[in-house]
Write a protein that binds this ligand. Structure first.
Ligand code: ZN
Length: 361
């Protein structure tokens, strides 16, 4: 145990990329109204500044091939995100309506299709709704390079853990945990945490646990691994049944299916919950992960459960995040920590630093 104790207390390396700043959503369309978005490039700056000040080493993300990305996502979604903004700009949306972001307006749901297979739509503004499931998640000129760079941040953090770092942190932006195999949404475009979990599996870890601390249920990660036993997904989040995103899923009754039965654990909390019930849920998640016999950990670190955050009604403190980091560190597993949400710029960097101080070595 001396070697693991010796590692305790060291600062996790921070993987980042300047490209992650290039995504500028411009706005969100919510209930038909254009509102200013909160998933801003400045999130990268405040987190990086706080972690540098806390003594973390910065590592620039290295480019990685698409294999792992294509193992968790439909190649059609990946190609769509890479190309759709160029196609949009080749149309006359800017001249006609002044819109230079890709915004869907019609969604080919199962209920709309009535059992018929969807045709590939000719119009770009229709195709936008084939792969995007909400109107809040707009695609601009810098979206693809930023989202792809965030994947490289996650994969570089996996490389660091494979080469012996006990914990590595990926400063991913845009976040990713709402992206399913074939659809993006919830201010997310590519699922960085799912890619990290798959990469750890490919690196011969037998069972990977994803623990999601973001205020919102990570419906994308949950869906990608719902029928798999080799990647488990556990989450504490504000109760979608109380009216919160992602609304339709994220309930306690969802436990996985087929081979994945028992490998999903959802712990919804009522709005207004603070450190006490939140940390009790974190304890349930760590006990569950230990019982599964996982040999590697991915943490989806959203810090939007914090009291100051404008996007959720949970009331967790920085001390709560530090303690959550401590308890997850007690699992003693090689850990890749992936940035998800967190939108209150004045406190964002300190919350991430507090978590990583807890989850040291
Ligand atoms: Zn969130």
């Amino acid at each position: 145990m001396l070697t693991s104790m010796a590692g305790r207390g060291r600062r996790a390396p921070v993987v980042w990329s300047p490209l992650t700043r290039e995504h500028r959503p411009g706005a969100e369309v919510w209930v038909g109204v254009v509102t200013p978005g909160s998933e801003l490039p400045e999130r990268v700056d405040v987190i990086r500044t706080a972690l540098e000040a806390a003594g973390h080493r910065l590592v620039e993300a290295r480019p990685h091939a698409d294999d792992t990305l294509l193992a968790v996502h439909d190649p059609g979604l990946v190609a769509h995100l890479a190309e759709v903004h160029d196609e949009w700009m080749a149309g006359d949306y800017v001249e006609l309506v002044g819109q230079d972001r890709v915004v869907p307006y019609v969604f080919p749901t199962d209920a709309m299709l009535g059992g018929l297979p969807p045709r590939a739509p000719a119009a770009v503004h229709a195709r936008a709704g084939q792969f995007g499931y909400d109107t809040m998640t707009l695609v601009g000129a810098g979206t693809w390079p930023a989202a792809r760079a965030a994947v490289d941040c996650a994969l570089t953090a996996v490389d660091l853990v494979r080469s012996g770092e006990p914990v590595a942190y990926a400063l991913c932006r845009p976040p990713g945990h709402h992206v399913t195999r074939s659809a993006y949404g919830g201010s997310c475009y590519l699922n960085n945490a799912a890619v990290a979990a798959q990469a750890l599996r490919d690196a011969s870890h037998r069972r990977v646990a994803v623990v999601d601390l973001d205020a919102h249920h990570g419906n994308g990660t949950a869906a990608i691994f719902y029928e798999r036993a080799d990647v488990a997904y556990g989450s504490v989040h504000v109760d979608p049944g109380a009216g919160w995103f992602p609304h339709f899923v994220g309930f306690a009754e969802e436990v996985g299916r087929g081979e994945g039965e028992g490998a999903t654990l959802n712990l919804p909390l009522p709005p207004g919950s603070g450190d006490g019930p939140w940390l009790e849920s974190v304890d349930r998640l760590t006990g569950w992960v230990a019982g599964l016999g996982a040999d590697a950990l991915v943490v989806s670190l959203g810090v939007d459960a914090a009291a100051d955050d404008p996007e959720s009604p949970l009331l967790v403190t920085a001390a709560g995040y530090r303690e959550a980091g401590n308890r997850l560190a007690d699992l003693g597993l090689p850990s890749v920590v992936v940035q998800e949400g967190g939108y209150h710029l004045p406190s964002l960097g300190g919350l991430v630093a507090a978590y990583l101080e807890g989850h040291a070595g």
